[in-house]
Each structure stands twice: as structure tokens, then as C-alpha cells.
Design a protein around this ligand. Structure first.
Ligand SMILES: NC(=O)c1ccc[n+]([C@@H]2O[C@H](COP(=O)([O-])OP(=O)(O)OC[C@H]3O[C@@H](n4cnc5c(N)ncnc54)[C@H](OP(=O)(O)O)[C@@H]3O)[C@@H](O)[C@H]2O)c1
Length: 337
């Protein structure tokens, strides 16, 4: 694996570009179907080959849009990931990581995507109400049935990842191949446990929110721009404190001094970190997307980005993450990422 080149995804037998595109709050939500499809085509034309959605994104609409997109491109040009866990209805059986829900949810996801197999299927969180062995067996059975090529985890703790691997060995089924967690300059807690665990277990790692939801672009240093995520939701509240603002201001100033744009620099920094397979960014406009895509060039050119990490202590992430988790608990019954 090189910093800028494609990185192989454990369990998939193929490599992906270091920058990926996600659909949370964008596909089918901020962007209507036509604008979403244009963004997806722009992404694939720009060299992105990994799309990340979930059954809950835009109430299933994000998967439907990706399904339409898959009918317009060659299926093997893109790795498609989706997720299961968060409630998709008020009914108790439409949530969590029980065998019953996993099997029902994958069939609905495949129907919305209009294809026979999801490349990567993530357990969107841990489910404390279901025995881990039941979840591991169910996900392994999906791999065996060919409905998913490989399965992964999202925001799972290192101990749970280790337990899942041990259970998969015992049960003779596929183990989780990729973990997906938040990772950005303001949120570095994965460096303390999840990333080393993924390395030990030979799992891939894909980072979500590499721009801290847009905060690292510097646009919230002044009043939140109208219509931005920070202006229309509480999702960025975890980053709204004096320490985060200081780091962002330092980062934006350091980028300016180097003649670099903050968005691609923040994105490329995450994608260049040891153990990171890809950084999944989001975009609500073609302009944003094009700015972010410039990260690919920084990686290919092998820009030295070590200075970026020096601007934020690893411990900053622990605090931001604790706040984010508290917030997510509050909002988890509404809309989920
Ligand atoms: N597994 C999980 O639990 C989980 C959780 C979160 C996300 N994810 C995945 O990760 C993907 C990315 O997460 P994210 O959306 O939080 O990533 P992000 O790249 O940190 O934030 C994306 C948002 O920042 C703003 N933005 C992006 N580029 C910009 C630019 N160049 N200039 C100014 N603003 C810009 C846009 O929001 P506005 O224009 O609205 O301001 C955009 O929607 C999601 O789509 C999803 O697939 C997974």
C-alpha cells in the first residue's frame, strides 16, 4: 500500500482509492435524486470507487439512489457499503443486530440497491441486547450465502472486535473485515485503541467524518453559513468548544501559510494515517466535492502532511468523542449517521 495509491480491503480481494464518498444527510436528503446522481457520477469520474450508505440514510432513499446509479455504471467499478442496526421503523423487530433483523434488513437493502450482493455490510453500532455470537453467525451466514462479500463493524470497541474474531473462528464463519469509525484532526481517539486493534486483527479501517462534518474547512470560525450542517442541525455541537475552535483556527492558518486549502488537506491527512484504508467524506455541492477530491492529488504526490497532526493532541479526540456519543444517544431515535 502506498499513501496515494489504491489500498486493498481485507475480505474483499480488491483495492479501493484512499478517498471515498458517503451519503449521510446528502443523497436523497440535502440533494434530490437528480443532484445525487450527478454527484455520484462526478465521484466515479474523479477516481472514487467506494460509496458508503446505510439503510437509515434518508429513510432508504440513499440506497435507492445508489441503486439507480448502479444501473448507470458497470457494477464492478464501485464498492458499495451499507449498514444495519438503527431503527428503520417503530416496530421492535426493525432494529438492532438480531439474526432476524439482519436477515430481513439485508433483503430490503438488496432490493433498494437492485443488486444481488453488497460488497461491505456494516453493523452500524454494537448491540448490547443481542448475544455477540448471534450477530457474528448471522453476518457470517450472509457472507456464505453470497448476499454480502464481506462484513464490517462501525464504532465497535477493541474488546468487542477481538471477541467477534474469536467467535468467528469458533463458529467457522467470516470474521469482520473492516471497522468504520470517526477519525479527523479533532477526533483522534481511534489512534489509542481501534486502529492498533484493526492492525492486529488484520482488519481494514475506513474513517468517517474526516472533515469533522465540515468544521475543519474553517467555515464555522465565523457564523455558521446559511444552510450548512452546523446551521441546520445539532450534529456538530460536539466540536463547538474553545479547544476545537483553537485547533481549527491554527489548522486554517497553517494551511494558508502553505498555500493549501483546508478541506483537501484535512481529508488527505486522515487518509494518509497509518492503518487507514480510506477516508469517507461527504459533499453537498459539486464545488465542495471538487475541493475535497483535490485530496487525492495531495496523496498521489506524496505531500508531507506530518505537520497537520502536530496541531492537535490525540487527547482532544477523547473529549470530542465523549460529547459526540452523548449527543448521538440523545438523537439516536431520530436521524442517525
Ligand atoms: N458509521 C457511522 O456511524 C457514520 C457516521 C457518520 C458518517 N458516516 C459516513 O461517512 C460519510 C462522511 O461523513 P460526514 O458527512 O460527516 O463527512 P465530512 O466530510 O466530515 O463532512 C461532510 C460535510 O461537510 C461539509 N463539507 C464537505 N466538504 C466541504 C467543503 N469542501 N467546504 C465546505 N464544507 C464542506 C458538507 O456539509 P454542509 O454543506 O451541509 O455544511 C458535507 O456534507 C457519511 O456520508 C457516511 O457515509 C458514517
Amino acid at each position: 500500500m502506498t499513501a496515494g495509491g489504491a489500498r486493498s480491503v481485507p475480505g474483499l480481494g480488491r483495492a479501493i482509492a484512499p478517498i471515498a464518498l458517503g451519503g449521510w444527510l446528502t443523497l436523497g436528503e440535502r440533494l434530490d435524486a437528480a443532484a445525487s446522481l450527478r454527484l455520484l457520477h462526478r465521484a466515479i469520474d474523479g477516481g472514487i470507487d467506494f460509496l458508503d450508505v446505510a439503510d437509515v440514510y434518508a429513510g432508504g432513499e440513499a440506497e435507492r439512489i445508489v441503486g439507480r446509479f448502479l444501473r448507470e455504471v458497470r457494477r464492478d467499478r464501485v464498492v458499495v457499503a451499507s449498514k444495519v442496526f438503527w431503527p428503520t421503523s417503530e416496530r421492535p423487530e426493525d432494529r438492532g443486530l438480531s439474526r432476524r433483523h439482519i436477515h430481513a434488513a439485508i433483503d430490503r437493502t438488496l432490493q433498494r440497491l437492485g443488486c444481488g450482493q453488497v460488497d461491505l455490510y456494516f453493523c452500524h453500532r454494537e448491540d448490547p441486547d443481542v448475544p455477540l455470537a448471534e450477530t457474528v453467525q448471522a453476518m457470517g451466514d450472509l457472507v456464505r450465502a453470497g448476499k454480502v462479500a464481506a462484513w464490517g463493524t462501525s464504532c465497535w470497541r477493541p474488546a468487542t472486535l477481538r471477541a467477534a474474531h474469536a467467535l468467528a473462528r469458533e463458529l467457522g464463519v467470516a470474521a469482520p473485515a473492516v471497522e468504520q469509525s470517526a477519525y479527523n484532526l479533532l477526533e483522534r481517539s481511534v489512534e489509542g485503541g481501534v486502529l492498533p486493534t484493526c492492525a492486529t486483527l488484520r482488519m481494514g479501517f475506513v474513517a468517517f467524518s474526516p472533515l469533522a462534518g465540515g468544521v475543519l474547512t474553517g467555515k464555522y470560525l465565523a457564523a455558521a453559513p446559511a444552510g450548512s450542517r452546523g446551521a441546520v442541525s445539532s450534529w456538530l455541537a460536539a466540536y463547538d468548544d474553545a479547544r476545537c475552535r483553537r485547533v481549527v483556527a491554527r489548522f486554517v492558518a497553517a494551511c494558508a501559510a502553505r498555500g493549501m486549502a483546508p478541506a483537501p488537506t484535512a481529508l488527505a491527512w486522515v487518509a494518509s494515517r497509518p492503518g487507514v484504508t480510506a477516508a469517507i467524506c461527504g459533499a453537498t455541492s459539486p464545488t465542495q466535492f471538487d475541493q475535497n477530491l483535490a485530496a487525492m492529488r495531495l496523496l498521489v504526490d506524496g505531500h508531507d502532511l506530518a505537520w497537520v497532526g502536530g496541531l492537535a493532541p490525540v487527547s482532544l479526540g477523547v473529549r470530542a468523542r465523549a460529547l459526540a456519543c452523548a449527543l448521538r444517544r440523545v438523537f439516536l431515535r431520530t436521524r442517525t449517521g
